[in-house]
Design a binder for this molecule. Structure first.
Ligand SMILES: [Cu+2]
Ligand SMILES: [Zn+2]
Length: 187
């Protein structure tokens, strides 16, 4: 009787231990955080897109890649991360470029830039664009994480702060917001 009880108990403990070890291994091996931003057109606009974010750990560059459609043909459209995920009044309530360090506007490879400065997406003759960028300032965890903020597509070209105006140093003079979405966690 005791033997019959003991056997399954031992098996259960062994199985539990094994499952714990597997879970532990899995946690160590995959620290990648993923996020997604569905870019929906602003009112009376058509531009749309889908952007994926992947970061292996808090200190790694973040891979930002995606696709856009219904853009102006053969055009560079400014694309940024803005401070807030509030789209209640459309893209305008997403606030300014995400700028946790209080710096001037720049381009994605500028030494002085907003964290949210992703530059431009370049459309082809069909009004379609792909984005494939590894970013050194955008993070998906920690105090300056972009999760819950917004990605915003603009009508005009971001001049990376070289336009010679106050607006250029603030927004890159990228003009009206034509599409946006909230950056949310992905599996
Ligand atoms: Cu913007
Ligand atoms: Zn900026």
């Amino acid at each position: 009787m005791l033997t019959y009880l003991a056997l399954p108990t031992t098996a259960a403990i062994a199985g539990y231990a094994l499952s714990q070890r597997r879970t532990g291994d899995c946690d160590k091996g995959d620290t990648t955080v993923r996020a997604i931003c569905l870019v929906n057109p602003e009112k009376n606009q058509e531009a749309r897109g889908i952007v994926h974010f992947e970061q292996e750990n808090q200190y790694a560059k973040t891979h930002i890649h995606g696709k856009f459609a219904k853009l102006a043909r053969n055009h560079a459209h400014g694309f940024h991360i803005h401070a807030y995920g509030n789209l209640s009044q459309g893209c305008v309530t997403a606030g300014p470029h995400y700028n946790p360090h209080g710096t001037e506007h720049g381009g994605p490879f500028s030494s002085v830039r907003h964290v949210g400065d992703l530059g431009n997406v370049f459309s082809d003759s069909n009004g379609e664009a792909t984005l494939d960028h590894w970013d050194s300032q955008v993070t998906l965890s920690g105090p300056t994480s972009v999760i819950g903020r917004a990605c915003v597509l603009h009508k005009f070209t971001d001049d990376h702060g070289y336009g010679g105006t106050a607006e250029s140093k603030k927004t890159g003079s990228a003009g009206p917001r034509i599409g946006c979405g909230v950056i949310g966690l992905d599996a």
